[in-house]
Design a protein around this ligand. Sequence first.
Ligand code: PLP
Length: 397
Amino acid sequence: MQLTDRINRIQISPTAAVIAAADQLKAKGVDIADFGPGEPDFPTPDHIKQAAIKAINDNKTKYTATPGVMPLREAICAWHERELGSSYEPKECVTNVGGKHSIFNVISVLVQAGDEVIVPAPYWVSYPDIIKYTGATPVVVETRAEDGFAVRAADVAKAITPKTKLLILDSPSNPTGGVTPPEECAKLLDLCKKRNIWLMGDECYSHFTYGNNKPFSVASLPDSRNHVIIIGSMSKTFAMTGWRLGYTLAPAELITATVKLQSQSTSNPTSIAQYAALAAMTGPMDSVPAMLAEYARRRRRIVDGLNAIPGIQCGEPGGAFYVFPNVSASLGTGPNALAKDCSELATLLLEKAHVALVAGAAFGAPGYLRLSYATSIERIEEGLRRIEKFFSRAVAA
Ligand code: PLP
């Protein structure tokens, strides 16, 4: 079949591929310890579900304005100001069909062939492909495990060229859980201002931070307005992945361009999901610290459990709900090798140990694995037992 160059430039999301492979085994009755999906295992809070049911009963089931209903856009601006210290107006806010859609729209209206976008690695799988789809080029800047995978302005500066249009900052990060400290964010913003580059802050995991790390937005930095684009999502903060509701905050001119694109593609996000999101933005936030406390408990267990396994080295992530252990000591052709590379190791762990996780190569980080701990402590214990068994048996073999 003759397809376009642009569709041939991208691949199916590797995280979706892992989920599909695990699902196939589950369908055959295999019990999988599943560290694959980047999705909260908690239900959507009740007041949010009730708001959606009410929206249906009130017949709020028609098209809405393309950028979303005004009360929701007002509520997002107010929530973001209250929680993260920004100051946006509804004309600077558009709601989208999930944060991924927000990112797709923003990148589509800002870059094209000949442009470069700086993507810190390890990166969320979708950034490079969305960039390639527009014809622009992703330029990867490495972050370091020993630095908690923070994005450093000095490294970004070296990658800037006259073609650079945009820098993506994903903090806390998927896949590493790395947090870029506020003072470094300020340096990144200064750099972007000096070099006339947009700074896109992906805040999908903003409220899941541990220890001294606190929720932080680059939009709270002084004089950031004309250089910053904020991507937000209901998916993780409110356990609403299936509802598909994200948002973009940016200067009005940029928002208008993304609304134009949205008006010719999805139109408004689902009306019912918008009213659910309105309840999330205006209702009680107690589910968020409750989820965070549980994630913190799981993080402790999984970091300690992985580090107790010879051949695995796992740092302590500052946020999100992922660990990103280094398994390079168990790869290659040496006597301790379990697999030739991390992709083969992930496949073997799924097929032989019935543990689902994602190879670091998918995130631009060969030698690593990503495990999501958005699963119960019992399943984490079970998964750790299986990984331990797999590592020790194969090492001994
Ligand atoms: N950004 C990051 C870093 C993510 O990990 C995800 C989801 O996994 C998204 C954006 C998009 O989430 P959604 O489209 O569900 O809002």
